[in-house]
Design a protein around this ligand. Structure first.
Ligand code: SF4
Ligand code: SF4
Length: 341
């Protein structure tokens, strides 16, 4: 463990921006999100959690996959792989964990996504522990915590006028090259321990038995009610660090164009609309069920992990206060019925 004085932070960030694309929390009119910064003073570490998760650094809202030009039978292709070295600075431990979940989607036996994977390989993650987790967080129910280090290269623990720096990987160590930081002394270690013990995550959900309930609940009448106040706006999915649905379109003119991938969401009716006009998820009921099933059943079936990190963004951002913790509790409280009853 090392010690970093707060007044050293600016110089460190400035130095990092010389060698890396640095994405850090930026406050724009009260809305914090991860933006590329040119200088350290653009970053704020005084925030609870960002409105939009930093997944957009590795999986942008919209990106060119490749551009093409057709000449008779010849097609000229130019891939748009982003190979810049990056640092995501000041992300929360839950968001670092979301990358471990997304890795399953973008790198598995069937699919290797070079766009995500190249960025992932070239990105170093510097976490910031949560001294005061908001009431909507329930990360500890998902096997994480406000100072969890899983997936991080470095972790900063704010102890007032200084940070205790936990160096977790060689890549994290490299970010500190040329800086002569002292080892954290006994007093700083104790202060960090005290901060960790004081960071209580009061909100919990019970996942035990949830998957086996969902296994037999596809046709449960619960779904007829539970979605009722949902507006289908997809704020929950757009701001979720683990949601990863996308659409691909060609933007073309004449004989040339580009293939573009953009975020999409299972909460939108067009997401599953077939060319025939048939929609297998025609109402909010089926779409809301899909969102819950995907996170807590299908992802578990496919990757043996729950696709939620308990960040609470879907709770904070839902305009009608539809709370995923209450949804889980309702499912837990239902009688188990067999499918197709
Ligand atoms: S944010 Fe709320 S209202 Fe909007 S789609 Fe999600 S659950 Fe429905
Ligand atoms: S489902 Fe909600 S609480 Fe879970 S990771 Fe997504 S936004 Fe966060």
């Amino acid at each position: 463990m090392l010690l970093l004085k707060k007044e050293q932070l600016l110089a460190w960030l400035n130095k990092l921006t010389q060698a890396y694309q640095v994405f850090a929390p930026v406050n724009e009119e009260g809305c914090v999100s991860f933006k590329q910064i040119e200088a350290g003073d653009q970053c704020t570490l005084d925030y609870t959690n960002s409105k939009v998760p930093p997944k957009e650094v590795l999986f942008p809202r919209s990106e060119y996959l490749f551009c093409y030009r057709c000449e008779k039978e010849h097609v000229e292709l130019k891939e748009q792989i982003d190979e810049h070295k990056k640092v995501i600075f000041g992300l929360r431990p839950c968001d670092a964990r979301s990358f471990l979940l997304l890795d399953n989607v973008f790198r598995n036996e069937r699919f290797q996504d070079p766009y995500y994977l190249t960025r992932r390989k070239n990105t170093v993650l510097v976490g910031l522990g949560c001294n005061q987790p908001p009431a909507t967080c329930f990360c500890t129910s998902l096997g994480s915590g406000p100072f969890a280090t899983e997936g991080l290269d470095l972790l900063l623990v704010d102890i007032g006028d200084r940070y205790v720096l936990e160096v977790l990987t060689e890549r994290g160590q490299e970010l500190l090259s040329g800086m002569e930081l002292p080892a954290a002394d006994q007093e700083a270690r104790e202060a960090a321990q005290k901060v960790k013990e004081g960071a209580a995550v009061s909100s919990r959900v019970t996942l035990e038995g949830l998957k086996s309930k969902l296994d037999v609940s596809f046709d449960h009448p619960l779904w007829d009610l539970i979605h009722e106040k949902c507006l289908g706006c997809a704020a929950c999915t757009y701001t979720c660090p683990t949601c990863h649905c996308f659409d691909i379109v060609d933007e073309a003119q004449g004989n040339e164009g580009c293939r573009v991938r953009s975020w999409d969401a299972c909460m939108f009716p067009l997401f599953t609309l077939h060319g025939s006009g048939h929609n297998p998820r025609p109402t909010n009921k089926e779409r809301f069920r899909q969102r819950v099933m995907h996170k807590f059943k299908y992802f578990v079936d496919n990757f043996n992990a729950t696709a939620c990190v308990g960040c609470g963004r879907c709770i904070l951002n839902c305009p009608v206060n539809l709370d995923i913790r209450e949804v889980i509790a309702e499912i837990q409280g239902t009688e188990v019925r067999s499918n197709k009853q």
